[in-house]
Design a protein around this ligand. Structure first.
Ligand code: SAM
Length: 360
């Protein structure tokens, strides 16, 4: 270790020595977003050379169909002369570039568009700049800067990166899982004091010993803030992520490095950490703000309803040499044993709007 630049693992160990064990959410937040050593502050994590691959990086069709989705909603909103399109965690900007290539063909869409990007990674902001400059994006670090007027929000694999807290069923009730030190190494432990039982959902009263319950307070906070804006200004929030439709127990926090699962306590800052999203909890937050929450769809259902089969055929007809690759990409995005069932599509919208692709 150099005297002026401790590794993130050392930073976390020092913090634990000073103030005691930390929640899983604090640990996850430091691992992903520490200003110097956080995972998203480093090199581009996406693609074959990185740690994982996402749907927009698999095929342009993913973004194109979401572009049609946005045009449809903009038209339902009465084609406002000015509206905000906000993407949370835009990665390399691929999704937005594919979306806007098709959406801006709709007359008036480009002139009305105010593009806002919410991103923490300096490296990815540079990539987004390169791809999206013609659309004059503005990067925002606070939702206060979203602007007035109708608001469409898009997020792919963003909410799974929001820190979660974990609670474990014990003889005493529910005790929070904490990250502490054992033999000077990061290790999981439990808070000695159980949390008040009334703070847990009633549905978990019969959870078996050692059951783990995960709570995404940060995701809920983001959803709450954006839902209130959409309720006041009109619009919709589309979030695609792996997750579940009913609040449930189960440990889903995972580490991924170089396209393989990795120990979440191993190499903090070099391992991507994520957790499945509790869409029921996010839906309750959006409903409380006054939005209509659509039935949760699988990614396979959503893309099929939006026309991925027809799009595959059209692109294949135009580029016969790419037909095999296009079919392989389509299959990867929608097949139930690939991404089709694992990834879910959540949409909360102003009452009266009918977001396409969410119901049969
Ligand atoms: C798994 S990547 C997904 C990227 C892109 N949406 C895609 O589908 O390819 C997560 C994205 O969220 C961003 N991100 C993670 N935590 C964030 C935070 N706290 N605030 C803003 N952006 C964040 C990352 O930098 C990255 O762009």
């Amino acid at each position: 270790m150099s005297a002026d630049k401790p590794s993130l693992s050392e930073v976390i160990a020092m913090q634990i020595r000073e103030t005691g064990p930390m929640s899983v959410a604090t640990y996850m937040g430091l691992c992903l977003s520490h200003p110097r050593e956080g995972y998203y502050k480093g090199a581009d994590p996406l693609g074959a050379a990185g740690d994982f691959i996402t749907a927009p990086e698999i095929s342009q069709m993913f973004g194109e169909l979401i572009g049609f989705f946005c045009v449809n909603l903009w038209q339902q909103l009465g084609q406002p002369k000015s509206f905000t399109l906000l993407e949370l965690g835009p990665g390399r900007g691929t999704l937005m570039a594919d979306m806007l290539r098709v959406a801006c063909r709709a007359e008036g869409f480009r002139d009305a568009l105010q593009l806002r990007l919410f991103e923490t990674s300096p490296g990815l902001i540079a990539e987004q700049h390169r791809r999206l400059e013609p659309y004059e994006p503005q990067w925002i670090n606070s939702f206060d800067k979203v602007g007035s007027g109708p608001l469409l929000v898009v997020a792919n694999e963003f909410f799974d990166a929001m820190p979660i807290r974990q609670f474990v069923r014990t003889d005493q009730g529910w005790n929070e899982r904490l990250v502490g030190l054992s033999d000077d190494k990061l290790a999981f432990g439990l808070s000695p004091t159980p949390i008040p039982p009334t703070t847990m959902p009633a549905a978990l009263a019969d959870a078996p010993p050692n059951a783990v319950f995960e709570v995404g307070f940060a995701a809920g906070e983001v959803m709450s803030r954006l839902s209130r804006l959409v309720a006041a200004q009109g619009g919709a929030i589309l979030a695609i992520d792996y997750g579940y439709g009913r609040t449930q127990t189960g440990e889903t926090l995972q580490g991924v490095r170089r396209h393989a699962f990795a120990d979440v306590l191993d190499a903090p800052g070099e391992t991507d950490l994520s957790a499945h999203v509790d869409f029921e909890a996010l839906g309750n937050v959006a409903r409380n703000a006054g939005l209509a929450v659509q039935p949760l769809a699988t990614q396979g259902e959503f893309l099929s309803r939006l026309g991925i089969n027809e799009r595959t055929r059209a692109l294949s007809a135009a580029n016969p040499g790419s037909a095999k690759d296009l079919e392989a990409a389509r299959n990867r995005l929608v097949a139930p044993d690939q991404m089709g069932d694992l990834f879910k599509v959540f949409c909360a919208a102003s009452p009266g709007l009918q977001p396409p692709g969410l119901s049969a």
